[in-house]
Ligand binder design. Structure first.
Ligand code: NAP
Length: 260
Protein backbone atom coordinates (compact mmCIF):
# COMPACT_ATOMS: atom_id res chain seq x y z
CA UNK A 1 0.00 0.00 0.00
CA UNK A 2 1.16 3.55 -0.72
CA UNK A 3 2.22 5.70 2.27
CA UNK A 4 -0.72 8.12 2.17
CA UNK A 5 -3.53 5.96 0.76
CA UNK A 6 -6.91 7.23 1.97
CA UNK A 7 -5.52 10.55 3.29
CA UNK A 8 -6.69 14.02 2.31
CA UNK A 9 -4.13 16.83 2.19
CA UNK A 10 -4.50 20.60 1.86
CA UNK A 11 -1.40 22.20 0.38
CA UNK A 12 -0.69 25.94 0.71
CA UNK A 13 2.20 27.59 -1.12
CA UNK A 14 2.26 26.33 -4.70
CA UNK A 15 3.33 29.32 -6.81
CA UNK A 16 5.04 27.46 -9.66
CA UNK A 17 6.38 24.06 -10.61
CA UNK A 18 9.59 25.04 -8.79
CA UNK A 19 7.80 25.58 -5.47
CA UNK A 20 8.74 23.32 -2.59
CA UNK A 21 4.99 22.86 -2.08
CA UNK A 22 4.80 21.41 -5.60
CA UNK A 23 7.52 18.85 -4.79
CA UNK A 24 5.50 17.92 -1.71
CA UNK A 25 2.25 17.72 -3.70
CA UNK A 26 3.86 15.40 -6.28
CA UNK A 27 5.24 13.08 -3.61
CA UNK A 28 1.98 13.01 -1.66
CA UNK A 29 -0.06 12.31 -4.78
CA UNK A 30 2.32 9.53 -5.79
CA UNK A 31 1.80 8.05 -2.31
CA UNK A 32 -1.97 7.97 -2.79
CA UNK A 33 -3.17 11.16 -1.06
CA UNK A 34 -6.12 13.14 -2.40
CA UNK A 35 -5.08 16.79 -2.70
CA UNK A 36 -6.57 20.26 -2.40
CA UNK A 37 -4.66 23.48 -3.09
CA UNK A 38 -4.85 27.16 -2.26
CA UNK A 39 -3.61 30.29 -4.00
CA UNK A 40 -3.03 33.72 -2.50
CA UNK A 41 -4.83 35.87 -5.05
CA UNK A 42 -6.28 35.87 -8.57
CA UNK A 43 -2.83 36.50 -10.10
CA UNK A 44 -1.85 32.89 -9.41
CA UNK A 45 -5.24 31.21 -9.52
CA UNK A 46 -4.95 29.92 -13.10
CA UNK A 47 -1.44 28.56 -12.67
CA UNK A 48 -2.34 26.72 -9.47
CA UNK A 49 -5.49 25.33 -11.11
CA UNK A 50 -3.37 23.92 -13.96
CA UNK A 51 -0.86 22.35 -11.56
CA UNK A 52 -3.66 20.99 -9.37
CA UNK A 53 -5.10 19.21 -12.43
CA UNK A 54 -1.70 17.52 -12.95
CA UNK A 55 -2.12 16.17 -9.41
CA UNK A 56 -5.67 14.97 -10.22
CA UNK A 57 -7.25 17.70 -8.10
CA UNK A 58 -9.96 20.18 -8.96
CA UNK A 59 -10.09 21.72 -5.49
CA UNK A 60 -8.36 25.10 -5.67
CA UNK A 61 -9.33 27.62 -3.01
CA UNK A 62 -8.38 31.27 -2.56
CA UNK A 63 -6.61 31.85 0.77
CA UNK A 64 -4.49 34.83 1.75
CA UNK A 65 -3.06 33.65 5.08
CA UNK A 66 -2.71 37.26 6.25
CA UNK A 67 -6.49 37.49 6.35
CA UNK A 68 -8.54 35.66 9.02
CA UNK A 69 -11.79 35.71 7.07
CA UNK A 70 -10.00 34.31 3.99
CA UNK A 71 -8.74 31.40 6.12
CA UNK A 72 -12.23 30.82 7.57
CA UNK A 73 -13.76 30.95 4.12
CA UNK A 74 -11.26 28.49 2.60
CA UNK A 75 -11.70 25.99 5.44
CA UNK A 76 -15.48 26.42 5.27
CA UNK A 77 -15.42 25.52 1.58
CA UNK A 78 -13.10 22.58 2.19
CA UNK A 79 -15.27 21.34 5.02
CA UNK A 80 -18.29 21.39 2.68
CA UNK A 81 -16.36 19.42 0.07
CA UNK A 82 -14.48 16.91 2.24
CA UNK A 83 -15.78 17.16 5.80
CA UNK A 84 -12.56 15.63 7.12
CA UNK A 85 -8.91 16.46 6.68
CA UNK A 86 -5.70 14.53 7.45
CA UNK A 87 -2.82 16.78 6.37
CA UNK A 88 -2.06 20.49 6.09
CA UNK A 89 1.15 21.62 4.39
CA UNK A 90 2.13 25.22 5.17
CA UNK A 91 4.76 26.28 2.62
CA UNK A 92 4.16 30.01 2.82
CA UNK A 93 6.44 32.87 3.78
CA UNK A 94 6.85 36.55 3.00
CA UNK A 95 8.94 39.54 4.05
CA UNK A 96 9.33 42.84 2.21
CA UNK A 97 12.21 42.49 -0.23
CA UNK A 98 14.06 45.56 1.06
CA UNK A 99 14.41 43.82 4.45
CA UNK A 100 16.19 40.85 2.91
CA UNK A 101 19.58 42.28 2.20
CA UNK A 102 22.47 44.02 3.90
CA UNK A 103 22.89 44.97 7.52
CA UNK A 104 20.04 43.51 9.62
CA UNK A 105 19.40 46.65 11.63
CA UNK A 106 19.67 49.02 8.67
CA UNK A 107 17.12 47.04 6.66
CA UNK A 108 14.74 46.40 9.58
CA UNK A 109 11.51 48.32 10.11
CA UNK A 110 8.61 47.71 12.50
CA UNK A 111 6.37 47.05 9.48
CA UNK A 112 8.73 44.53 7.87
CA UNK A 113 9.07 42.69 11.19
CA UNK A 114 5.30 42.56 11.69
CA UNK A 115 4.54 41.43 8.12
CA UNK A 116 7.24 38.72 8.12
CA UNK A 117 6.01 37.28 11.42
CA UNK A 118 2.33 37.53 10.50
CA UNK A 119 2.55 35.84 7.09
CA UNK A 120 5.37 33.40 7.85
CA UNK A 121 4.82 32.36 11.50
CA UNK A 122 1.41 33.29 12.90
CA UNK A 123 -0.26 31.83 9.82
CA UNK A 124 0.87 28.32 10.75
CA UNK A 125 -0.92 28.51 14.10
CA UNK A 126 -3.93 30.12 12.41
CA UNK A 127 -4.16 27.20 9.96
CA UNK A 128 -3.81 24.71 12.81
CA UNK A 129 -6.75 26.37 14.59
CA UNK A 130 -8.84 26.24 11.41
CA UNK A 131 -7.93 22.62 10.62
CA UNK A 132 -8.45 21.29 14.15
CA UNK A 133 -12.19 20.53 13.92
CA UNK A 134 -11.75 18.69 10.59
CA UNK A 135 -8.88 16.56 11.96
CA UNK A 136 -10.68 15.09 14.96
CA UNK A 137 -10.29 11.30 15.13
CA UNK A 138 -8.10 11.28 11.99
CA UNK A 139 -4.45 11.09 13.27
CA UNK A 140 -3.85 14.40 11.48
CA UNK A 141 -0.49 15.88 10.55
CA UNK A 142 0.55 19.51 10.08
CA UNK A 143 3.79 20.39 8.34
CA UNK A 144 5.64 23.65 7.84
CA UNK A 145 8.81 24.72 6.03
CA UNK A 146 11.65 26.47 7.80
CA UNK A 147 15.29 27.34 7.15
CA UNK A 148 18.60 27.29 9.00
CA UNK A 149 18.38 31.08 9.31
CA UNK A 150 16.04 30.44 12.27
CA UNK A 151 18.92 29.02 14.31
CA UNK A 152 21.99 30.75 12.82
CA UNK A 153 22.60 34.30 11.62
CA UNK A 154 22.76 34.00 7.84
CA UNK A 155 23.73 36.90 5.60
CA UNK A 156 20.73 38.70 4.06
CA UNK A 157 18.12 36.36 5.58
CA UNK A 158 17.64 39.00 8.28
CA UNK A 159 14.07 39.43 9.51
CA UNK A 160 12.99 36.18 7.88
CA UNK A 161 15.36 34.37 10.27
CA UNK A 162 13.52 35.88 13.24
CA UNK A 163 10.18 34.92 11.66
CA UNK A 164 11.35 31.34 11.06
CA UNK A 165 12.50 31.07 14.70
CA UNK A 166 8.98 32.13 15.69
CA UNK A 167 7.53 29.64 13.22
CA UNK A 168 9.56 26.80 14.75
CA UNK A 169 8.40 27.78 18.26
CA UNK A 170 4.82 28.02 17.00
CA UNK A 171 5.16 24.55 15.51
CA UNK A 172 6.24 23.13 18.91
CA UNK A 173 3.38 24.84 20.76
CA UNK A 174 0.89 23.60 18.14
CA UNK A 175 2.33 20.09 18.54
CA UNK A 176 1.89 20.32 22.32
CA UNK A 177 -1.67 21.69 22.04
CA UNK A 178 -2.87 19.15 19.48
CA UNK A 179 -0.91 16.11 20.67
CA UNK A 180 -3.62 14.94 23.10
CA UNK A 181 -6.00 14.84 20.10
CA UNK A 182 -3.60 12.61 18.16
CA UNK A 183 -2.66 15.44 15.76
CA UNK A 184 1.05 15.95 15.01
CA UNK A 185 3.00 19.03 13.88
CA UNK A 186 6.50 19.07 12.40
CA UNK A 187 8.78 21.25 10.32
CA UNK A 188 11.24 20.52 7.56
CA UNK A 189 14.29 22.76 7.51
CA UNK A 190 15.11 22.67 3.82
CA UNK A 191 18.43 23.54 2.26
CA UNK A 192 18.39 26.40 -0.26
CA UNK A 193 16.39 25.74 -3.44
CA UNK A 194 15.94 28.15 -6.35
CA UNK A 195 12.25 29.20 -6.16
CA UNK A 196 10.32 32.46 -6.59
CA UNK A 197 10.58 33.23 -2.86
CA UNK A 198 14.32 32.52 -2.85
CA UNK A 199 14.79 35.04 -5.68
CA UNK A 200 14.01 37.77 -3.12
CA UNK A 201 17.10 36.92 -1.04
CA UNK A 202 20.30 38.73 -2.03
CA UNK A 203 23.29 36.61 -3.09
CA UNK A 204 21.19 33.44 -3.21
CA UNK A 205 23.52 31.95 -5.84
CA UNK A 206 26.44 32.23 -3.43
CA UNK A 207 24.44 30.34 -0.81
CA UNK A 208 23.75 27.52 -3.29
CA UNK A 209 27.44 27.34 -4.14
CA UNK A 210 28.44 27.23 -0.48
CA UNK A 211 26.10 24.33 0.26
CA UNK A 212 27.35 22.42 -2.77
CA UNK A 213 30.91 22.85 -1.52
CA UNK A 214 30.46 22.40 2.23
CA UNK A 215 27.52 20.03 2.85
CA UNK A 216 28.21 16.42 3.79
CA UNK A 217 26.64 15.18 0.55
CA UNK A 218 28.37 17.93 -1.53
CA UNK A 219 25.16 18.83 -3.32
CA UNK A 220 22.06 20.96 -3.02
CA UNK A 221 18.68 19.41 -2.27
CA UNK A 222 15.71 19.28 -4.63
CA UNK A 223 11.98 19.79 -4.17
CA UNK A 224 11.69 16.01 -4.56
CA UNK A 225 14.07 15.42 -1.62
CA UNK A 226 11.84 17.66 0.49
CA UNK A 227 8.64 16.17 -0.95
CA UNK A 228 9.62 12.60 -0.08
CA UNK A 229 10.46 13.56 3.53
CA UNK A 230 7.19 15.48 3.77
CA UNK A 231 5.21 12.44 2.59
CA UNK A 232 6.92 10.30 5.25
CA UNK A 233 6.42 12.86 8.05
CA UNK A 234 2.71 13.18 7.28
CA UNK A 235 2.21 9.42 7.02
CA UNK A 236 1.39 6.98 9.79
CA UNK A 237 4.98 5.67 9.50
CA UNK A 238 5.93 8.85 11.38
CA UNK A 239 3.18 8.40 14.00
CA UNK A 240 5.68 8.82 16.86
CA UNK A 241 7.26 12.02 15.54
CA UNK A 242 5.90 15.42 16.56
CA UNK A 243 7.33 18.83 17.41
CA UNK A 244 10.47 18.10 15.38
CA UNK A 245 12.51 20.16 12.95
CA UNK A 246 13.87 17.68 10.40
CA UNK A 247 16.75 18.93 8.27
CA UNK A 248 16.60 18.09 4.57
CA UNK A 249 19.78 19.95 3.64
CA UNK A 250 22.29 17.36 2.41
CA UNK A 251 23.89 17.51 5.87
CA UNK A 252 24.90 21.18 5.73
CA UNK A 253 23.73 22.23 9.19
CA UNK A 254 25.72 19.66 11.14
CA UNK A 255 29.10 20.26 9.49
CA UNK A 256 31.64 22.01 11.70
CA UNK A 257 34.52 22.25 9.26
CA UNK A 258 34.31 20.92 5.72
CA UNK A 259 37.44 19.21 4.38
CA UNK A 260 37.26 20.38 0.77
P1 NAP B 1 7.57 29.87 -3.52
O1 NAP B 1 7.46 28.88 -4.59
O2 NAP B 1 7.70 31.30 -3.91
O3 NAP B 1 6.37 29.69 -2.48
C1 NAP B 1 6.07 30.66 -1.50
C2 NAP B 1 4.58 30.68 -1.41
O4 NAP B 1 4.15 31.53 -0.34
C3 NAP B 1 3.93 31.23 -2.68
O5 NAP B 1 2.94 30.34 -3.12
C4 NAP B 1 3.34 32.55 -2.20
O6 NAP B 1 2.22 32.96 -2.92
C5 NAP B 1 2.96 32.13 -0.79
N1 NAP B 1 2.53 33.28 -0.01
C6 NAP B 1 3.22 34.41 0.32
N2 NAP B 1 2.43 35.24 1.02
C7 NAP B 1 1.22 34.61 1.15
C8 NAP B 1 -0.02 34.95 1.78
N3 NAP B 1 -0.19 36.11 2.42
N4 NAP B 1 -1.04 34.06 1.70
C9 NAP B 1 -0.90 32.88 1.05
N5 NAP B 1 0.23 32.51 0.43
C10 NAP B 1 1.28 33.38 0.49
O7 NAP B 1 8.86 29.58 -2.58
P2 NAP B 1 9.36 28.31 -1.76
O8 NAP B 1 10.83 28.49 -1.67
O9 NAP B 1 8.81 27.05 -2.32
O10 NAP B 1 8.78 28.58 -0.31
C11 NAP B 1 7.96 27.67 0.40
C12 NAP B 1 8.38 27.64 1.86
O11 NAP B 1 9.67 27.02 1.97
C13 NAP B 1 8.54 29.01 2.52
O12 NAP B 1 8.10 28.94 3.85
C14 NAP B 1 10.04 29.22 2.50
O13 NAP B 1 10.49 30.13 3.50
C15 NAP B 1 10.49 27.82 2.79
N6 NAP B 1 11.91 27.52 2.49
C16 NAP B 1 12.41 27.81 1.27
C17 NAP B 1 13.73 27.53 1.01
C18 NAP B 1 14.34 27.86 -0.33
O14 NAP B 1 15.57 27.93 -0.42
N7 NAP B 1 13.57 28.03 -1.38
C19 NAP B 1 14.54 26.93 1.99
C20 NAP B 1 13.98 26.64 3.24
C21 NAP B 1 12.66 26.95 3.47
P3 NAP B 1 2.43 34.20 -3.97
O15 NAP B 1 3.43 33.76 -4.97
O16 NAP B 1 1.07 34.43 -4.50
O17 NAP B 1 2.93 35.35 -3.15
Amino acid sequence: MALLEGKRALILGVASDRSIAWGIARAMRREGAELAFTFQNERLGKRVTRLAAEADSNIVLECDVANDSAIDHAFGELSNLWGELDIVVHAVAFAPREALHGDYLDSLTRDAHAIAHDVSAYSFAALAKAARPMMQGRSGALLTLTYLGAARAIANYNVMGAAKASLEANMRYVAAALGPEGIRANAISAGPIRTLAAAGISDFRKILHLVETMSALRRNVTIDDVGNTAAFLCSDFAAGITGEVVHVDAGYNMMGMAMT
